[in-house]
Design a protein around this ligand. Structure first.
Ligand code: F6R
Length: 608
């Protein structure tokens, strides 16, 4: 993962590199560093931990220079200490890198044999020595960089400073995103347009295989053979303002509480209130004719896709395959021409999802993405985009992106069902109306925050393991509840299909394992209720999320039960996502973990 930023200009760059890095912290926060060219020397400062640690370092030991590169790291090769922090440098060349250089061991052995001494355990450091080796052999520094790019295998976005060419900043992209920003008498480099938003909105996205030479006067972009290529300049819509917590203690809390609003915004873009119909944006293919849908994503986004599969099969009667992006292409899936592949991603930069998108494109699929970042690589490479209007999601744990993904999938389901004749106008109107109720019902769910906090404190904080159970479209929510709890509170949790429990996990049940049951009143409620009986019979402590009718039926069995508003079962997954987020949030706050930036994680996962 990692975020990179670079500036070649005329004023001091270190403070502006820090500003860019702050906006890239969502890509990793294991360590950070900057290097500048000051006169004819490369200087650098690095620190373990977040950007604030680097800032403190720079305050104590400032860096001059009008050209520089910066990096925020999510460790892949080598532990997150200062030695492994980027930029990597040897006095002649400094490099920041996002991605993984897969052949680094061979390169390192070659270079070590030629006398190069390595300081870090990273894959990145070979780039420094490779370029230096070519320069030492008499090759011009820019040509040396190009030759080095040709030797690298794997994924990389690189920013490079060379002492002998203080007039340029060199960049390269292969598999990891990289953007060039255009200023007046200065040029910028960033992992995304957001990093550059305070400095410029004029952006050129590099494509795979591109490498660029930036100077204060502009940039030239070439392919690996050295041919000039033309990449368009675009005007980014991203704002340069930093986003605040809106009075909440954490971004995650703010984002949970924003859900009524952003669910409404996302829905309003597709719902016609007069006709009570859903209208999708014009698509460059015939949606009604697709024979099969493949739903692909990672993590929480994949669980939105799993809910989507229940909806699309049940309501639109179209066959749906579902897969984790990280597994999808390795089973060499057989895909009929003209199928629809749906990619779900908050960041739009997830490496596995992007690789799956490219596989599907190459296998004759219509590629539709549901993304929250409209200028992301996944959005740009898809044939069509259905945006989630969640706004920037800063907390690492996905919340409002998930519920807005569900809203888009629900709209896709209704629109496709109508096109295929699987539902009549009356059903379309009923399902659409149920959707329009969700923002108000979501606001009612948030009123249970204090009760949920109390449950978190009394039952989840002391637990070592927690089970989440659900059936049908509540099963992905059980998985999502467990994922959310694990990632921010570090408590081990498992989500299970309620009916699967007796095939193994029931052995775990005793009074120390809280069981969270997601059970809206729907046609599967009675079966879930039987599973609750089985848990209680074995001394398990159950928390139920249901509606007033469901709670009335389970009240005597459960240790605690929260009655959410009664809604049409079709939209229940959107609503029931919220209390499981609140439960995880309050448990994490109670345990004192870093809720917005949990350990070992990053917001955009740009390595496979
Ligand atoms: C969990 C979480 C992750 C992401 C996953 C995919 O709370 O946020 O599981 O859902 O990394 O990321 P995107 O949606 O950016 O592709």
């Amino acid at each position: 993962m990692c975020g990179i930023v670079g500036i070649i200009g005329t004023q001091e760059v270190a403070p502006r590199l820090i500003e860019g890095l702050r906006r890239l912290e969502y890509r990793g926060y294991d360590s950070a560093g900057v290097a500048t060219l000051d006169g004819d020397a490369i200087e650098r400062r690095r620190a373990t931990g977040k950007i604030s640690a680097l800032e403190a370092r720079l305050a104590a030991e400032p860096l001059g220079g009008a050209t520089g590169i910066g990096h925020t790291r999510w460790a892949t090769h080598g532990i997150p200490n200062e030695t492994n922090a980027h930029p990597h440098a040897n006095g002649r060349v400094a490099v920041v890198h996002n991605g993984i250089i897969e052949n680094f061991q061979d390169l390192r052995a070659d270079l070590a044999a030629k006398g190069h001494a390595f300081a870090s355990d990273t894959d990145t450091e070979v780039v420094v020595h490779l370029i230096s080796q070519f320069i030492a052999e008499g090759v011009d520094p820019v040509e040396a960089a190009r030759r080095a790019f040709g030797r690298l295998q794997g994924a990389f976005a690189l920013g490079i400073l060379v002492r002998d060419r203080p007039d340029v900043l060199i960049a390269a992209r292969q598999g990891s995103p990289l953007a060039i920003g255009h200023g007046d008498g200065e040029m910028f480099l960033g992992s995304d347009a957001l990093a550059l938003a305070p400095m410029t909105r004029r952006i050129t996205y590099l494509e795979d295989g591109d490498w660029a030479v930036l100077s204060t006067g502009g940039a030239t972009i070439r392919d690996l053979e050295g041919r000039l290529v033309n990449r368009p300049e675009q005007l980014s819509n991203l704002s340069g303002a930093m986003i605040g917590k809106g009075g909440h203690r954490h971004f995650m809390a703010k984002e949970i509480f924003e859900q009524p609003q952003v669910i409404g915004d996302t829905l309003n873009a597709m719902f016609n209130p007069a006709a009570r119909t859903i209208t999708l944006p014009a698509l460059p293919f015939d949606l009604a004719a697709v024979p099969r849908i493949t739903m692909i994503a990672c993590g929480t986004a994949s669980l939105a896709g799993m809910v989507g599969r229940y909806w699309l099969e049940r309501v639109a009667r179209v066959p749906v395959d579902w897969d984790l992006a990280s597994e999808f292409r390795y089973r060499a899936p057989v895909m009929a021409d003209g199928g629809l592949a749906v990619f779900i991603s908050q960041s739009g930069e997830t490496a596995d999802t992007l690789a799956a998108l490219r596989y599907c494109k190459a296998h004759g699929q219509h590629c539709l993405s549901i993304v929250n970042a409209p200028e992301s690589t996944i959005a740009r490479e898809s044939h069509a985009v259905l945006p989630t209007l969640a706004g920037p999601e800063i907390g690492v744990a996905s919340t409002k992106a998930f519920t807005t993904q569900l809203v888009v999938l629900a709209c896709l389901t209704i629109a496709l069902a109508k096109m295929r004749g699987a539902i009549d106008h009356e059903t379309e109107a009923r399902l659409s109306s149920a959707l329009t109720e969700v923002p108000a019902r979501a606001a009612e769910v948030l009123n249970h925050d204090e009760r949920i906090r109390a449950i978190a404190q009394s039952m989840l904080t002391p637990a070592r393991d927690v089970l989440y159970l659900g059936r049908g479209s509540s099963y992905p929510l059980a998985l999502e509840g467990a994922l959310k709890l694990k990632e921010i509170s570090y408590i081990h949790a498992e989500g299970y299909a309620a009916g699967e429990m007796k095939h193994g996990p029931i052995a775990l049940i005793d009074e120390s394992v809280p069981v969270v049951v997601i059970a809206p009143s729907d046609p599967l409620f009675d079966k879930t209720a039987s599973n609750v009986q089985e848990v209680v019979a074995r001394g398990g402590k159950v928390v139920v999320f249901s509606d007033p009718e469901g709670v009335a039926r389970l009240r005597d069995l459960a240790l605690d039960a929260i009655a959410l508003p009664a809604v049409d079962p079709f939209v229940a997954p959107i609503l029931y996502a919220i209390p499981v987020q609140q439960l995880a949030y309050h448990t994490a706050v109670d345990k004192g973990t870093d809720v917005d930036q949990p350990r070992n994680l990053a917001k955009a996962v740009t390595v496979e």
